[in-house]
Design a binder for this molecule. Structure first.
Ligand code: MRU
Length: 360
């Protein structure tokens, strides 16, 4: 993505590998500070996934693949048995970081499968190549979703999106925002309604920032306003991303997605889910089988931001010990999904068949 840093334009990916170090944009401090940070080993990478230094299903998946590559490189001088034990433990550590995004588990499994060579050095080489392939596939898939999804966007369209399913949620381009980027680049006039997405405000902090960087017209709205704009006829289509899509087309995505889908259907507005192969979990029969992450309760009690002097701070907005529930994702039943935008094309109902045909 093209970003303006200190008055200069710069092309940057969300995260990338430099030998055994991962370099990435620190998404915890955007949009107020743009900083590239480094993760030196797989333990730091696991901690960064858990603490959401990078987030979004695609970025988490690529980071997990790179984390496996780091683990393999860390173990390159061990015996074969020691290598296996170290590598399996690293996989387990990475698996435990965040439970919902399918991309993370697919990336770890792919790297475990790649580590089947005779010697340790063969295995290290194969795992590093596999991690790099995951990142490149992620990039190519995002680009193609942009091209396919663009066909669904008419000139003058108003599009609602939830959370951040943009370049920052992948290596670049994104899922839900990739078609919007393509439409804008092609000269179509679009306007994006950006849900703020409480509690971590990925919409307000990240999607709005991406729209600013690209010069795409948008309005930031509170989550509760989405229904208002849909009912008023100001939204032509909704596009969201996904963290896991079950074999029957049920979608786990950021908390609040379900409500948007129901209101969209009630108002006759198409509801599209943009997701690549790595987000589909064909072993998961239905949405209710997806593990939903419950995050720190202080995410709800407190809000992060900067004061008028730019000093970062976290302020308490509720009773200090307010009782909280904080599910990070919800499940949207497939009946609310108009179609999936994937790198294999637009998948329409019946989803069991179209998903199997595209990805089995
Ligand atoms: O908790 P996050 O920020 O990782 O959640 C991200 C989302 O829910 C995105 O919408 C989703 O990952 C799809 S875009 C890759």
């Amino acid at each position: 993505m093209r970003v303006k840093v200190g008055g200069e334009q710069r092309d940057v990916r969300t995260l990338w590998r430099e030998k055994s170090t991962i370099r990435l944009i620190d998404q915890r401090i955007l949009p107020h500070t743009f900083e590239i940070t480094s993760l030196k080993d797989h333990r730091e990478t696991a901690a960064a996934i858990r603490d959401m230094v990078m987030r979004g299903a695609g970025a988490i998946g690529v980071a997990a693949g790179y984390g496996m590559a780091q683990a393999a490189l860390e173990a390159k001088d061990l015996s074969l048995n020691e290598f296996e034990a170290y590598f399996d433990a690293a996989a387990e550590r990475l698996r435990k970081t965040r439970p919902t995004a399918a991309n993370l588990f697919h990336a770890i499994e792919r790297c475990l499968d790649a580590a089947k060579g005779v010697s340790v050095s063969d295995r290290v080489e194969a795992v590093v190549a596999e991690a790099d392939a995951i990142a490149e596939e992620d990039l190519a898939a995002s680009k193609r979703m942009g091209e396919y999804g663009n066909s669904l966007i008419e000139d003058g369209a108003c599009i609602l999106t939830h959370c951040n399913a943009g370049a920052l949620a992948f290596i670049d381009y994104g899922t839900a925002l990739s078609p919007i980027r393509s439409a804008h680049k092609q000269g179509k006039r679009v306007h994006v309604y950006v849900d703020e997405t409480r509690p971590r405000c990925q919409g307000a902090r990240l999607t709005a920032w991406e729209m600013e960087q690209e010069g795409i017209p948008y309005s930031l709205i509170v989550d509760n306003a989405a229904g208002y704009f849909m009912r008023k006829g100001e939204v032509d289509l909704v596009i969201v991303g996904a963290d896991r899509v079950a074999a029957n087309g049920d979608v786990a995505n950021k908390i609040g997605t379900y409500e948007k889908a129901v209101v969209a259907k009630e108002n006759g507005i198409p509801f599209y889910v943009a997701a690549p192969r790595m987000t589909f979990d064909l072993k998961c029969e239905k949405g209710d089988d997806v593990e939903i992450e419950e995050r720190d309760h202080d995410e709800v009690r407190k809000m992060w931001g900067v004061d008028e002097k730019g000093n970062a701070m976290r302020i308490l907005i509720s009773e200090e010990k307010a009782n909280v529930r904080n599910p990070a994702f919800d499940v949207t039943p497939s009946k609310y999904v108009t179609a999936f935008i994937t790198e294999e094309g637009i998948l329409e109902p019946p989803f069991k068949e179209s998903i199997r045909k595209a990805f089995a």
